[in-house]
Design a protein around this ligand. Structure first.
Ligand code: GLU
Length: 300
């Protein structure tokens, strides 16, 4: 299927900070099925931006696990760790547009000043810090809020100034911020549709703001519920969610289809891996996905 003359291009963008868990497999499966059902391409990007948290061995392991589950990507994998010069060029562009300012505030400084929920009080915009000392770079928001339409969650109005504030675009430890990288990488890969977890829905507003400034056409967004455990905590590498490369592949894949509300038949797990995926492509529907933040997986 074409969107305004462009072939559908979706992607899965894991951070290689640990092995894939069920929550990330379910997101990968959803974006894969949607891309294939739309006759489009499915790409993989390694979000290995943060050298302190990411490991090449995890990136290799994640790619092997995707292959194990029959989720074969088109085109070569894009690694954020190779994209520093593009990020720097965008930073320079935003700087020349006078949107950036240095910020030397530490977390302790923000706590002392009573800054709530990380919404920056523009202290360093008023009191220029010594730029010879370690500092982050923030972007000055020029709009109060952003409205966007999400194909799963409906239309959203996000109060960017009130809820996010001038956000960090280059960290004090010399790492480019996720928002900048994701916007540039989605553009680089020609992504037309971003399908990802609901935990990232609010960050879409920051990304749309950057796209506006950089003259990048935004992709179409879909945020699906994340998988959480019985306590309501999102499955994540930080909470040591189980490595799904060790799980029975076909049963786990059918379970992902069930969590995507596709209602697979009971005997589907006895079919060949590719037949399970084909069944998923044939029955894929964005409309079946629940319009909620999270789905509890009690047995996890
Ligand atoms: N790398 C992010 C994650 O693993 C996903 C980024 C995105 O899909 O935009 O949560």
């Amino acid at each position: 299927m074409s969107t305004k003359g462009h072939v559908y291009r979706g992607r899965f963008a894991p951070s290689p900070t640990g092995p894939l868990h069920f929550g990330s497999l379910y997101t990968a499966v959803a974006s894969f099925l949607q891309a294939r059902a739309s006759g489009g391409k499915w790409l993989v990007r390694m979000d290995d931006l943060d050298p302190f948290r990411c490991r090449p061995a995890y990136a290799t392991h994640i790619l092997k696990t995707l292959e194990q589950y029959g989720l074969i990507w088109d085109e070569s994998v894009l690694y954020q760790s190779t994209r520093q010069s593009s990020y720097k060029a965008a930073l320079d562009k935003l700087d020349s547009m006078q949107y950036l300012y240095p910020c030397s505030c530490s977390r302790q400084d923000l706590i002392k000043r009573g800054v709530k929920h990380g919404v920056y009080d523009q202290y360093c915009l008023q009191h220029k810090p010594n730029i010879n000392l370690p500092h982050a770079i923030r972007i000055r928001l020029s709009i109060d809020s952003i409205e966007f339409s999400d194909t799963v969650q409906g239309s959203r109005q996000y109060p960017l100034k009130k809820n996010a504030g001038d956000f960090v675009i280059f960290r004090k430890d010399q790492v480019f911020a996720y928002h900048l990288a994701v916007v540039l990488d989605d553009a680089e890969q020609g992504i037309t549709h971003v399908l990802r977890g609901h935990d990232l829905i609010d960050s879409t507003a920051q990304q749309l703001f950057l796209q506006q400034l950089l003259g990048i056409k935004p992709p179409i967004y879909a945020h699906i519920p994340v998988i959480s455990d019985a306590q309501g905590v999102k499955l994540s590498k930080q909470t040591y969610a189980r490595d799904i490369s060790l799980s029975p592949v076909r049963e786990t894949l059918v379970s992902a289809l069930t969590h995507l509300n596709l209602n697979p038949p009971a005997d589907l797990a006895s079919c060949h891996l590719n037949d399970i995926l084909d069944w998923g492509v044939e029955h894929w529907s964005n409309d079946l996905i629940k319009r909620q933040d999270a789905i509890v997986m009690p047995a996890y």
